[in-house]
Design a protein around this ligand. Structure first.
Ligand SMILES: CC(C)(COP(=O)(O)OP(=O)(O)OC[C@H]1O[C@@H](n2cnc3c(N)ncnc32)[C@H](O)[C@@H]1OP(=O)(O)O)[C@@H](O)C(=O)NCCC(=O)NCCS
Length: 298
């Protein structure tokens, strides 16, 4: 018998994280503090217990697309095919419906999970590809002359400015329809977790590019590539690769042996830049969408 309950305490958050790490060992999981920062009234995190042991978790929240909810059900590999995922997804979906959502989406990284999602009417809309780069001896790139590079740790106030000057004007260039919607608060909390690992390019005092790393306290030898963006009027001058090389040199100096990133399959510019920097391809993640309430196929 599966018991579903909401996450409340720090121990619950830790249990939620353990499921996420067991189901997705290849991706950084936010810390308890980061998860706490994401709390808001409409966001619901669930735990599934069987025999008093947490075996799965769920999530219902708003997505980065207005009017669409995000839903997640994840089950520890050893507890699958016993109906836990179905109970979790239905409980999370009920919450999304109660919030007034009529559409939802999630990401699925393996064939079995795709079959599970298809039973609830989820259909594919896009793919993201994982790109991975081993970090070895990474030299600092030659100092640019037409612009400067500084870390956000050196100039913390630049992160807010980067939102208006780089993030907002460049989000529409990602292969996402409709374009990503990120609030200034999300940019400040969820898009950076170590200012020393985040770099901005400056023309005088104008921010013209950003790139960096999200560090992983669970797996300190691995870091996720953070948002990379260069203002349109500054493209074609090697700014993104210089910023990324700067972050790779930082990674090498801080004991990181591998960095990874997820890029939309249709974002050829970013995939090519990563290929040029020596990234190889890894997993494929499928973005799926469904109407709410979910209809379970018999
Ligand atoms: C997808 C996931 C949540 C399923 O959890 P689960 O507890 O094993 O799912 P259920 O037992 O409720 O599965 C119900 C049905 O879905 C289908 N299904 C589930 N997993 C499947 C698989 N690996 N291959 C084929 N069909 C599968 C089956 O029809 C299954 O019924 P059956 O076992 O009687 O054949 C789990 O595999 C997981 O955590 N995956 C990683 C996270 C993820 O991608 N979640 C996607 C949804 S947001």
């Amino acid at each position: 018998m599966t018991e579903i309950r909401p996450v409340q305490t720090d121990a619950d958050y830790e249990a939620w994280r353990e499921v996420r790490i067991a189901a997705m060992p290849y991706e950084r999981c936010p810390s308890v503090a980061e998860l706490r920062e994401m709390e808001r009234p409409e966001r619901l995190l669930l735990l599934a217990e069987v025999g008093g042991k947490v075996v799965g978790h769920g999530l219902s929240d708003r997505s980065t697309e207005p009017g669409r909810a995000v839903l997640t059900a994840r089950v520890r590999p050893e507890a699958r095919r016993q109906g836990v995922g179905t109970t979790l997804l239905q409980a999370a979906a009920e919450h999304s419906v109660a919030q007034g959502y009529e559409r939802t989406g999630c990401s699925v990284d393996d064939e079995g999970s795709l079959k599970f999602a298809a039973r609830f009417g989820f259909t594919e809309v896009a793919r993201q590809v994982e790109q991975i780069r081993a970090i070895g001896a990474e030299p600092q790139p030659p100092a640019p002359t037409a612009y400067r590079i500084v870390s956000v740790a050196e100039r913390p106030e630049l992160w807010t400015r980067a939102y208006d000057e780089v993030a907002l004007p460049t989000f529409p260039d990602m292969d996402l329809k409709p374009p990503l919607q990120v609030t200034p608060e999300e940019w400040a909390t969820e898009w950076i977790n170590d200012p020393a690992a985040m770099f901005v390019a400056l023309d005088g005092d104008a921010v013209i590019g950003v790139a960096g790393l999200m560090i992983d306290t669970d797996q300190p030898q691995r870091a996720e590539v953070a948002y990379t963006g260069v203002r349109r009027d500054w493209r074609g001058k090697g700014i993104a690769s210089t910023l990324k090389r700067t972050s790779m040199a930082w990674a090498a100096e801080h004991g990181i042996t591998e960095i990874y990133t997820w890029t939309q399959e249709g974002n050829a510019n970013m995939r090519k830049l990563n290929e040029y920097l020596g990234f190889r391809y890894g997993l494929v993640s499928v973005s799926v969408r469904a109407k709410l309430p979910l209809q379970l196929a018999e």
